[in-house]
Ligand binder design. Sequence first.
Ligand code: GLC
Length: 541
Amino acid sequence: MAEGMDVAAGPAEPAWWQRGVVYQVYPRSFQDSNGDGVGDLRGIVQRLDYLQWLGVDAVWISPFYPSPMRDFGYDVTDHQAVDRVYGSLVDFDRIVAEAHARGIRVIVDYIPNHTSDGHPWFVASRAARHNRKRDWYVWRDPAPGGGPPNNWRSAFGGSAWEWDEPTGQYYLHTFLREQPDLNWRNPAVELEMLDVLRFWLGRGADGVRVDAIQVVMKDAEFRDNPPNPDYREGIDDPYDALLRVHSADRPEIHGLIARMRELVEQYGDRVLIGEIYNEVDRLMAYYGEGGRGVHFPYNFQLIKLPWDARTIDAAVRRYESLLPPGAWPNWVLGNHDRHRVASRVGAAQARVAAMLLFTLRGTPTLYYGDEIGMHDVEIPPDRVQDPWEKNLPGRGLGRDPERTPMQWSAEPAAGFTTGEPWLPVAPDFAANNVLAQRADPASMLSLHRALMDLRRREPALHVGGWAPVDADGPVLAYLRTHGDTRFLVALNLSAEPASLDFDGGGEVVLGTLPDGEARRVGGGAIELRGDEGVIVRLDGR
Ligand code: GLC
């Protein structure tokens, strides 16, 4: 084994969002309190005891604002209210109070790029060319020869431009046509939308996750995007046919993010997280000059990369080496937009993936249900909800499979609702649920709880240094260190036995396999069984 140098150490006084674990709740699917089949804010309150027991430090709640639900809440008609299906502002205040009483922070979703086409601002904007709100959205004349103003595409399929016959112009929509993009070059939009941040922070939100932050600013000249030379027609998502150099990741975004950061900091110890799907080197700019950007841009590599030890090892090393000084890392295994980790890597490897998530350096974000190994659920065509699947059916782009109801118990509808759930419950819910797994020390849930507990107890794991360890084949290994404490994490990303050359010795404090703990390892090599990951406390030097 060749031990690398400590390439990265943690801050002396870590903030809560550095020490802690974030848990993402998709509110439609977490807990229904009134039997309408859709989860709600009171349901979240009912489950806070569970989240406290599990050991998470913060809960990020996906949008619950009034919305026609074309994109299930990412199409907002009022940024400062709660949709009736989810409850009321009183319920939100209760979440904050009850979460805080349990030591859990609350992060809300903030959607700056677009509104619903039903938002009063857009209704005014499209009413007439001379309307005072016209310039709050992005309106353009047709191209000289007719047709859309440029070649930009919508993330959900088709052109990003929608023709508005009555006023004779196109409006821009990076996502659905029911989600028109706001024009942030208009100072009135910025003023109004920054007030939205003040509203939620003032109400006690501990942070915001900023939706689609890299598309908020567009090229001032609306130039065509160039073709993507690597695009495979008929195989890849049509959105990727063009390189989005003029419609996303513009340098102009960073000034705006700095102003958001400044505002957030006026409220004290709050966090600003950016949702950015981009190459890792492009992510780094979002930390901002002098650290004036987001506290961290979400790092989705573990979602996107093939489940291969050498690939992930290289990605972790590269990410760590690219982080600007003082920039805080983070890792994500799943969210409401991507297939479930248990379906991507399989149930046995999902346990290894959990160990990876909670032992890498930086804030982990856990998607609801991943802690019990929920997998994608096949959705019958007549129950499809997601507009992406409706626009581009059969390509595996639909997001319903990873948004199915949380499996709490073996009761009907898994204890999620007393009514008909908005999406089908996974067929295996009677065996695979929180209640059953709580009682089983070998369960995925028990593993998650043990991982979070160890991470909380050991500074080496929540703020400590990280260093790569050379390994071969399916083994991924690294060190986490703090003072004299050193942990070796060794993960076998395959179902076959594998070994890691290792001179030192230590004791396994946690393993992904039920009987893997409390054994001594080392003295030349560490033998790992198939699907085994271990956290080894190394002997003192
Ligand atoms: C983000 C959200 C996704 C949504 C899109 C448009 O990517 O995570 O769910 O559809 O933005 O708001």
